[in-house]
Design a binder for this molecule. Structure first.
Ligand code: ASP
Ligand code: MG
Length: 415
């Protein structure tokens, strides 16, 4: 059996009209002579609305009940989509995560898929039905309903594609694919024809979340090739796949990303002795605060400054924890700064091409933009800069690496 898994995000099924359009699209896919499994998210902002509703009842909704509530969002959209397909005269059935055989662990609101029993879905497909599966949800061995974390429908789609050995997995969303930069910030950005799993993950961690990172990890693990494409037009999208499968690229940088959800914290005059960094970062880890960039300077004195970044939402708690750690360590105190942002270049090709960092710094130097912190991975270089100049920096770096649409002589707007 040739199976295709398609996934439609919340914006693609936000209204009855859009649901009908998605139904037509699914039927067209089936007309190619393949069996279709469609995974859908909740309509529009339904998940946010349900969360807000829970908060009107209590500040601390029990996570089990939250899952019970959130799972209803996807249950609405699968039923409506199945009705729309039925109205087009096609045999179809909608299934919840549990009915679709998706078993998870018991960590409510961020459960992980442990197994997919594809028997029911395969049986329905064999009967000639289109199968619509609720994204973002599963069930534990004890029959408890769980959800997979925000954006979890992507992960549902990838898990099903792997379990069903689908010949393709298309992720339909409200953008045309993965871009070299956010087109709202960098107007010359282009759609990438393909990107590797590693690059996609780095882009997500530096601000461009097109797919749930866990879905990308799962796809890499099982070798599921994804195509991110628009549900509003017929354009080809961006393939997400193994780096090795790509042709050698002219461009060793695939994209420029930015992240404005950044706060800087400095611990001033911390004693320079073993165990201090451990003390500081274990205190943050206990609070489950994610630290991104870290810099420790060396000075002639017996003290040092330690700087790191966290997400803005984590700043209040971080400041609390650090005030106390600072007192305990006998440091001078802490500084916090919200006027920073992070700009990054991402590219699998930088592993074998020296000079990427130098080129990025050149673009910033030419504009007189000061770099406060630098951090790198094998395929990413990030700079912390003044938040007000983030657009200028992203555009300058994008142009510097020859990523601008005009640089490639492309006249057509791919958006
Ligand atoms: N409806 C869920 C959310 O909004 C899952 C998803 O959209 O993938 O996070
Ligand atoms: Mg959603």
């Amino acid at each position: 059996m040739r199976i295709v898994v398609v996934k439609f995000g919340g914006s693609s099924v936000a209204t009855p009209e859009r649901i009908k359009r998605v139904a037509e699209r699914i039927v067209r896919t089936k007309d190619e002579g393949v069996s279709v499994v469609a995974v859908v998210s909740a309509m529009g902002d339904t998940t946010d609305d349900l969360l807000a509703l829970a908060r009107q009842i209590t500040d601390r909704p029990p996570t089990r009940e939250l899952d019970m509530l959130l799972a209803t969002g996807e249950q609405q959209s699968i039923a409506l989509l199945a009705m729309a397909i039925q109205a087009l005269g096609q045999p179809v059935i909608s299934l919840t995560g549990a009915q679709g055989g998706i078993t998870t662990d018991g960590v409510h609101t961020k459960a992980k898929i442990q197994a997919v029993n594809a028997e029911r879905i395969l049986g329905e497909l064999a009967e000639g039905r289109i199968v619509i599966v609720a994204g973002f949800q599963g069930v534990t061995e004890d029959d408890e309903i769980t959800t997979l974390g925000r954006g979890g429908s992507d992960t549902t789609a990838v898990a099903l594609a792997a379990a069903l050995q689908a010949e393709r997995c298309e992720i339909f969303t409200d953008v045309d694919g993965v871009y070299t930069a956010d087109p709202r910030l960098v107007p010359a950005a282009r759609r990438l024809p393909a990107i590797s799993y590693g690059e996609m993950l780095e882009m997500a961690s530096s601000g461009a979340v097109v797919l749930q990172p866990r879905a990308v990890e799962l796809a890499a693990q099982y070798g599921v090739v994804l195509e991110v494409r628009s549900s509003f037009n017929e354009h080809r999208g961006t393939l997400v796949r193994e780096a090795g499968e790509m042709l050698e690229k002219e461009m060793y940088v695939s994209g420029v990303t930015h992240d404005t959800n950044v706060a800087k914290v400095v611990l001033i005059d911390v004693p320079d002795r073993p165990g201090v960094a451990h003390r500081i970062f274990s205190a943050l880890a206990r609070e489950r605060i994610n630290v991104d960039m870290i810099v420790q300077s060396t000075k002639a004195e017996q003290t040092t400054d330690l700087l790191f970044t966290v997400s803005r939402d984590d700043l209040p708690r971080t400041a609390e924890v650090m005030e106390q750690v600072s007192r305990e360590l006998g440091a001078k105190g802490i500084l916090t700064d919200l006027s920073v942002a992070k700009v990054s270049v991402v590219g699998a090709g930088m592993v074998s091409n020296p000079g990427v960092a130098a080129l990025m710094f050149e673009a910033l130097a030419e504009r007189g933009i000061n770099i406060q912190v630098i951090s790198t991975s094998e395929i990413r270089i990030s700079c912390l800069i003044e938040a007000e100049r983030i657009a200028e920096a992203a555009n300058a770096i994008h142009a510097k690496f020859g990523l601008d649409r005009s640089a490639l002589g492309e006249a057509v707007d791919l958006r």
